[in-house]
Design a protein. Structure first.
Length: 658
């Protein structure tokens, strides 16, 4: 079985596959090449179709379906309500009959600590059935009874009524009913005090304190005691992380985590629908009356009918717009993003995974050797302004931020990504040739052209024409972490661009690839440095000598690595572009204010929360700044609110404080 799908009309669904392969997605073409026949099952409703699809995917794990994998690292609290003397336990894995489950919880340590606190108030047994039977035969309790962490059912120290009440209270707490439990205990405490049974009242007081302390770990609550789940998804084109927060009686009592392999191409709404079906197929915490999502699922009516059937009562699936639920859903979304980032970092930290990715890249792209050093380039601008380029470096499959570089594009007027890419590549590769020349001759000389993006061929380079010092640098003097690049005694950077890439990766399609090939040919490096481009649309890789892209398998380690490199270049370019744009906008808004130099300007912007906060500040707010002279503050206010009135005042004492 290679794929499982559902449809109201099988004729229309199958007909969409049998057409010109040129109009189909690469995944669909590969799937049709692997399939040899079609089978179908007829069911009575759309809800039944959803459940059947889920069961078949889980059983057969088809190659071209989205695969959701439970994160088994999250523990559950099990309460063996089917036993004569029920006991709580922290467990993982499959459910069993006669056991009530709560959670999942973030980690085993958190739930064990909470359980330990609650055992002071509700001392139910935590021992195994075998240990209970052994102490019943011996007629004496274990140590937990003596330290008041167990009520001693093994020796008859507690009756069934009292014990069952403690079990119910414990279940109420983990079920989120802390308010009712607290009110009940408070009422009992007051009743005991009124009966002058101060010893019992003090015990209940201690129980209340333990319940409050245990409940303090749940800091996220809604303003009403509702039961609902919140679901968020974060990921890329190949995989995603899913987080589900379970809210019971208005408090978050647990969460679930899933990892999704996107072997199947789905819309965002289609992915939400598939995740909802999988999450609630055998949900430990049951199906709540409300499920809140960021994007409504495709075929919403079928999904709602399926969930309602699983619950036995109506279920609502909706997107919250404002209020506490929206805020809590945003928190779930941040958790999903962090889970996805951790997953990608774990994959990157796996040495075997990186080795497989590099070997796969060598094989798929026909490289002479594994690309142990990959350089990737991307451009960023806003309608042709603040044009910048980024260069990120991955060595052995890991980012090397000290080698990152940022380029301010200087020779490209308007919006022309190809010309900007050509300038950046020319400057970087010219610097590589200059480094080689310096290393070969041991000489230093000058050629300002290297710094301002002029084109140099190897024949033009000579010891008397090279410079890598002062302002004649091919890019900014800060690395990927924002630190200044270390220089030698002569003032020249220490071999910034001495190491050639084993793969030059460009963000884009055939156009960017042709730019890279042209620059390499002009500088005589075509035979030394392999080049490729990665297109965003279908994650296709273009290489020289072929107009057809290379389509790496969607689950291939090589594609994950290329994605990471490309995304990092994109992030680094956008960050630099935003920095330049912010500086330009801030500087432009405060140009012409006498007495407002770079340091004062930067401090003013920082203390008032940016340019927007500065515009909202009153004249009195500016005068309250002790380090800013009143005259300068008045001119800043007039400049921002009435520029024509902000003429320079030569007589104003702008250089001194009050």
């Amino acid at each position: 079985m290679v794929y499982v799908g559902k449809a109201k009309s099988l004729r229309s669904r199958l007909g969409s596959y049998f057409q010109d392969p040129g109009g189909l997605a690469p995944r669909t073409v590969q799937m049709l090449e692997a399939a040899d026949h079609v089978e179908w099952m007829v069911v009575g409703s759309e809800a039944e179709a959803l459940l059947l699809e889920h069961n078949l995917i889980r059983r057969h794990q088809p190659r071209y379906n989205v695969r959701l994998k439970d994160d088994k690292s999250y523990p559950l609290l099990a309460l063996t309500v089917g036993d004569a003397w029920p006991r709580p336990a922290v467990v993982r894995g499959r459910k069993h009959a006669g056991v009530r489950y709560f959670g999942p919880y973030p980690n085993a340590g958190a739930i064990r600590g909470t359980l330990d606190l609650l055992l002071r108030s509700f001392p139910v047994r935590t021992c195994s059935d075998g240990k209970l039977a052994r102490h019943e035969r011996l007629g004496r309790p274990c140590l937990l009874f003596h330290i008041e962490r167990c009520s001693g059912p093994c020796v008859g120290a507690v009756d069934h009524g009292t014990y069952d009440r403690m079990v119910r209270d414990l279940a109420a707490f983990f079920g989120g009913e802390t308010g009712a439990l607290t009110r009940s205990l408070t009422s009992e405490m007051h009743a005991a005090a009124g009966a002058l049974d101060f010893e019992r009242a003090s015990r209940i007081r201690d129980q209340l304190a333990a319940v409050a302390q245990a409940d303090a770990v749940r800091q996220m609550e809604l303003d009403r005691p509702e039961d609902l789940d919140l679901l968020a998804i974060a990921g890329d084109d190949l995989e995603a992380a899913v987080q589900v927060f379970h809210v019971r009686a208005g408090a978050v009592v647990g969460r679930s985590s899933l990892h999704v392999d996107k072997a199947e191409e789905l819309t965002p709404g289609g992915l939400v629908a598939r995740v909802l079906v999988d999450v609630y197929a055998d949900a430990v915490s049951g199906v709540p009356p409300q499920v809140l999502v960021e994007i409504l699922p495709d075929d919403q009516e079928s999904v709602v009918a399926y969930l309602s059937e699983r619950r036995g009562r109506p279920v609502t699936v909706r997107v919250p717009v404002r209020g506490p639920k929206r805020a809590l859903l945003d928190t779930v979304a941040r958790n999903a993003e962090e889970a996805f980032a951790r997953h990608r970092l774990a994959r990157a930290a796996d040495h075997n995974s990186r080795a497989r990715a590099l070997e796969s890249l060598q094989r798929e792209l026909h490289l002479p050797e594994p690309p142990l050093r990959i350089e990737c380039y991307d451009m960023s601008h806003l309608q042709g302004t603040d044009y910048v380029g980024s260069m990120v470096v991955f060595e052995d499959g890991l980012p090397k931020k000290s080698e990152y570089r940022r380029f301010s594009v200087a020779t490209v007027p308007g919006n022309d990504d190809y010309a900007a890419m050509e300038e950046v590549l020319t400057r970087r590769l010219t610097a590589l040739l200059a480094e080689r020349q310096v290393a070969a001759t041991g000489a230093r000389a000058t050629d300002p052209a290297v710094g301002d993006g002029a084109e140099l061929s190897p024949g033009q380079l000579s010891p008397g024409q090279l410079s890598l010092s002062g302002t004649a640098t091919p890019c900014s003097d800060r690395d990927g972490d924002g630190h200044r690049v270390t220089t030698g005694r002569s003032g020249a950077p220490r071999r910034r661009f001495a190491y050639p890439p084993k793969l030059l990766l460009l963000d884009g399609g055939l156009g960017q690839l042709h730019v890279g090939m042209r620059v390499l040919d002009r500088l005589g490096l075509a035979g030394d440095i392999p080049v490729a481009s990665l297109a965003k649309s279908y994650e296709e890789v273009f290489v020289p000598g072929s107009s057809e892209p290379i389509r790496l398998p969607r689950q291939a380690e090589a594609l994950y690595l290329l994605q990471r490199v490309r995304d990092e270049a994109h992030r680094f370019a956008i960050a630099y572009h935003r920095t330049l744009r912010g500086k330009r906008m801030t500087a432009g808004a405060l140009d012409g204010v006498v007495g407002l130099g770079p340091k004062r300007r930067a401090r003013l912007i920082e203390e008032l929360g940016g340019l927007q906060g500065l515009r909202a500040a009153t004249r009195a707010d500016l005068r309250q700044l002790s380090w800013l002279p009143d005259a300068v503050g008045d001119m800043v206010y007039e400049h921002l609110h009435d520029p024509s009135a902000a003429a320079p005042r030569p007589a104003a004492p702008v250089g001194a404080g009050r």
